[in-house]
Design a protein around this ligand. Structure first.
Ligand code: FES
Ligand SMILES: [Fe+2]
Length: 449
């Protein structure tokens, strides 16, 4: 089956050449390599760091770490957002330690120097004791470039960088119709994982592992590669890559496929989803290849009246299919018609063999929707206000699918230290893994700015 006939109304992304060079173990274990990544890559790229709706009022801030740096994003009086390095220019103290809060001014906890929300120093103790003259009004916090898209705040530590829109390129065009800025967070679990950040990103850059790590019950399901109504076979999957290292992988969804069990009936969770859209799964017994179009038609017909106003901006494929994006360098999203599965891996401040991994979920707020939201970690009440949780890996479940992924990673990290491991031997469908590493090397070589 050729997936392009299902997604033909989507423009192609520019063609990329993957060079396919060696990806050796030191890339995951070496502190020297991690330092190169930080100096030449992390400090040159746009990074998704905050969320607009977490800081609605002037003075609301968020503080997030990227490797050894910490960035403050703060809402200004005019509604815009500025970002600053979280460091006091007196003697280097971090100004804030909480992940979010509200301030009139940033008052340093060491000697009480106070910085306005615009980043200007406007109070020091003993101002007349500075031989250089009173520093108030002269010193400013060091600003970081900051732009918003899809309700997320992105920062770039390189003052010379291209715009976020140019950087995201076709991803910007794909996402803008969903109105993700209005979606609400329903899951926010973060864990400190004992693996290099690229172990995690490599995994989200391929679906080759799916039939092993996420092995479903039932022999036919394995053979046919239909998981939760998604056809995971690479033969029916569409792959695209962008100029700046972002990737798109589209799998057919809403799809029961050829008979998935002996009776030829539609399985769960697709059967429930069909019923939610007034489609009787029994009508599709023995013809599971047609459920995708049936669900698309139902969503097209009922979506607007149920308050999914953005459905009109989407093509039919987007109404059912699984759109997996990996954004260079560290962000992966499974974008569903009603869900944004947010996956991010950030480098540890000092240890290349640890990272901070986020598994979050956002969903839209239509007027008429089920009382519970289906997330990757189960059902969550639509009215719930979900707080962020951070824990060491294994202390809590991240949800079944992500737990399955995580269960693999520590032993792979150990394998990266073996003298016998000579580097990855990749399948064609793992080209996005190659691309991630090639781009990192290009940044280190100075070929990308
Ligand atoms: S280090 Fe900030 S006031 Fe001294
Ligand atoms: Fe997985």
């Amino acid at each position: 089956m050729d997936s392009s006939k299902f997604t033909q109304d989507l423009p192609d992304w520019p063609k990329q050449t993957v060079r396919g060079h060696t990806i050796e173990g030191y890339r995951y274990t070496s502190k020297a390599f991690a330092d190169q990544e930080f100096d030449h890559m992390w400090t040159k790229v746009w990074l998704l760091l905050g969320r607009e709706d977490e800081m609605p009022k002037p003075g609301d801030y968020q503080q997030e770490e990227v490797g050894p740096e910490s960035i403050i994003m703060v809402r200004q009086d005019d509604g815009s957002i500025k970002a600053f390095y979280n460091v006091c220019h007196h003697r280097g103290q971090r100004l804030v330690s909480a992940p979010k809060g509200k301030v009139r001014r940033f008052v340093c906890p060491y000697h009480s120097w106070a910085w306005t929300r615009e980043g200007v120093l406007d109070f020091v103790q003993d101002a007349d004791d500075f031989p250089q003259g009173n520093p108030c009004g002269k010193l400013t916090l060091t600003e970081v470039k900051c732009e918003s898209f899809a309700g997320f705040i992105w920062v770039n530590m390189d003052p010379e960088s291209i715009s976020l829109k140019d950087y995201l390129g076709p991803v910007w065009d794909d996402w803008k119709g969903y109105n993700i800025q209005n979606w609400k967070r329903y899951l926010a679990k973060s864990t400190v994982a004992p693996v290099n950040w690229k172990v995690i990103m490599d995994n989200f850059n391929e679906s080759y592992h799916v039939n092993t790590v996420h092995k479903p019950k039932g022999a036919n399901v394995e053979k046919l590669r239909i998981h939760s109504g998604v056809d995971t076979s690479y033969k029916t999957t569409r792959f695209d890559m962008s100029d700046y290292g972002h990737n798109r992988m589209i799998m057919l969804g809403g799809y029961a496929g050829p008979a998935i069990n002996k009776e030829g009936t539609v399985g769960e969770p697709l059967a429930t989803i069909l019923r939610e859209w007034e489609v009787d799964p029994a009508d599709y017994t023995g013809r599971g290849e047609d459920t995708r179009e049936g669900l698309q038609a139902a969503r097209r017909k009922l979506g607007t009246e149920r308050g999914y106003d953005y459905f009109d901006n989407l093509n039919n494929s987007q109404l059912t299919d699984a759109y997996h994006y990996t954004l260079f360098p560290n962000f992966a999203v499974s974008l569903w018609v009603d869900g944004f599965h947010f996956l991010r891996a950030r480098p540890h401040p000092t240890d290349p063999e640890q990272c901070i991994f986020d598994n979050w979920w956002y969903s839209p707020q239509p007027e008429e929707a089920p009382d519970q939201v289906r997330t990757t970690a189960g059902l969550v009440d639509r009215e719930a206000e979900v707080e962020h949780e951070l824990f060491n890996m294994g202390e809590q479940s991240m949800g079944l699918t992500i737990d399955q992924d995580l269960s693999i990673f520590p032993a792979q990290q150990k394998g990266m230290r073996s003298r016998a491991y000579k580097g990855a031997y990749l399948a064609g469908q793992e080209s996005r893994v190659s691309r991630l590493h090639e781009l990192i090397d290009d940044y280190i070589a100075g070929a990308n700015k």
